[in-house]
Design a protein around this ligand. Sequence first.
Ligand SMILES: [Zn+2]
Length: 411
Amino acid sequence: MPRVYIIDVTNRDGVQTSRIGLAKLEKTIVNVYLNEIGVYQSEFGFPFTQHEVNYLNANLQLAEMGALTPIKLEGWIRAITKDVELAYKLVPKIKHLNMSISTSAIMLEAKFSGKFSPKQIIENMQRAVKTGYELGAETIGVNAEDASRTDLNFLVEFAQAAKEVGAKRVRYCDTLGADDPATIYERLKTIAQKAKIPIETHCHNDLGMAAACSVMGAKGIVDGGQDAYINTTVNGMGERAGNADLLSVLLALKYASGFKDLNLLPDNIKLNKIWQFAKYASYAFGIPLPVNQVGVGSNAFAHESGIHADGALKNRRNYELYDYEELGRGEPELVESGRMITVGEYSGIKGFANVYGKLEVEFKDDKEAARILELVRYANVHTQKPLTKEELLFIAKYPEQAKLIMTVTPE
Ligand SMILES: [Zn+2]
């Protein structure tokens, strides 16, 4: 039976969004969490963008060292040979790519001013895919931008043409969030049956249905006989009203009435880190979690009204669909209410030793401690926020990569 996989696009769609961004160190910690949670692939950035290059290369080093594995690290580029060539010049070891090109009539007309016919769109895409494989790609996915407003027959043709040149998947981008669950189910089932290629869903939340469209789209793909790859972001961050929220999608696959017996949740998914991840991402983005955020909002397991409180206390299943412990919630958290030492760009060795001592990290000698302290200072210059436990532990464990990640040199 076909399977469902998760491809998280936080480090691409999430960070390209207006007024939302992550420092390269924060993007790295996002990749670490995604790997721990069992996400299949992270769309980790833009390999043709100069300021991403050190971060991307350092994350590929981490993968090579076994520190960021088995997650696949994939870069997003436009489906044009110029981008492919630049990506391989700047990030020579990149193995996985997704290449994007618009397919809808409105975008062909209004974005490209009618410069490309549908036939030429297919030719450009095929040329880019072939170049990608020639330069060393192992897997390439092809993204049909605005697929939800694209003629279905053309999408089938586009997907067949992508398969012909060896693309492993086609991404069906609901770029404007225009689809609904019933429509996307039918469309994706048809494409899967006719083009016989695995398909990615990429749903936006403009109508509040991104997670619903994602799981119904995935079901359509699976029912059409192909593997489905759902694009998500942490806390639903992404362009405009956001993308499909990672946790909402996972919980829907596991607990929704029509899904719970289908076993579509990927086997290796571990939900118990998701609470920590959501909090880290909220801090890194500087965007508080709404109280009613699925699973991780502060009200997600709160009860007050008489009937609900009484019912939940008698048996949690009266008013809770899933357990908070499953998401890693419920452990008491230590919050320092007295003296607090933090580390930052102007810290000295004593405060630094205190902070790392609490994390139970020991240094070989003073030289090593001084080196890590210097990196920690730079990390604070880089993020401009007090460093988190995750970041401090990462820097102590992978100082060489941390240094490279934080090195951004304009040409
Ligand atoms: Zn998008």
